[in-house]
Design a protein around this ligand. Structure first.
Ligand code: HEC
Length: 118
C-alpha cells in the first residue's frame, strides 16, 4: 500500500518534470515567432545587408549625397518594409522577392530595426 503510493508519487513527479521541460521549449519557440528580434536574426540580417544592400544604402544604413533613403529613420512599419523590399520602389529600389526568402527579409528587418535612430 505504502509502496504503491510512493510509486505514484514518483510517476507524478516524473510527469511534471517532463511537462516543465516541454513548456520551457514552447516558450522559447514562441519568443522566436513573436518578433523580439533575436541576436541571431540581427546578425544574419546584417550580413545579408552587407552583401545585397550596402552598396546603395551605405554600410551604416545611410549614404549621404545619394537618393537612397536613410534606413535608420524610415517608418517603423514591418509590412511596408517587407513590401518595398520584395517589390522594389519607383524602379530605383530593385525588387528582391525572387532573390531573398521571407526569413531573410524578416532578418533584414530585425537588423534595420536594431539600428533605428531614437
Ligand atoms: C540599386 C541600389 C539599391 C539597392 C541594391 C537596394 N536599394 Fe533600397 N532603395 C534604393 C532607392 C534608390 C530607394 C528609394 C526609392 C524611392 O523612394 O524612389 C530605396 C528604398 C528603399 C526602402 C524604402 C524606404 C521607405 O521609404 O519605406 C527600403 C526599406 C529599402 N530601400 C531597403 C533595401 C534593402 C533591405 C536592400 C537590400 C536587400 C536594398 N534596399 C537594396 C536603392 C537600392
Amino acid at each position: 500500500m505504502l509502496t504503491d503510493v510512493s510509486h505514484r508519487t514518483v510517476a507524478t513527479i516524473a510527469t511534471v518534470a517532463v511537462l516543465t521541460v516541454a513548456l520551457a521549449a514552447t516558450v522559447r519557440a514562441a519568443d522566436n515567432a513573436t518578433g523580439n528580434p533575436l541576436q541571431a536574426q540581427i546578425d544574419h540580417g546584417k550580413s545579408t545587408y552587407a552583401e545585397k544592400c550596402s552598396h546603395c544604402h551605405g554600410p551604416n544604413l545611410m549614404n549621404s549625397g545619394t537618393i537612397t533613403p536613410d534606413l535608420r529613420v524610415i517608418p517603423d512599419d514591418k509590412t511596408r518594409f517587407v513590401t518595398t523590399v520584395k517589390n522594389g520602389k519607383n524602379n530605383k529600389m530593385p525588387p528582391w522577392g525572387d532573390i531573398l526568402s521571407d526569413d531573410e527579409i524578416g532578418n533584414l528587418w530585425a537588423f534595420v530595426s536594431s539600428r533605428r535612430k531614437p
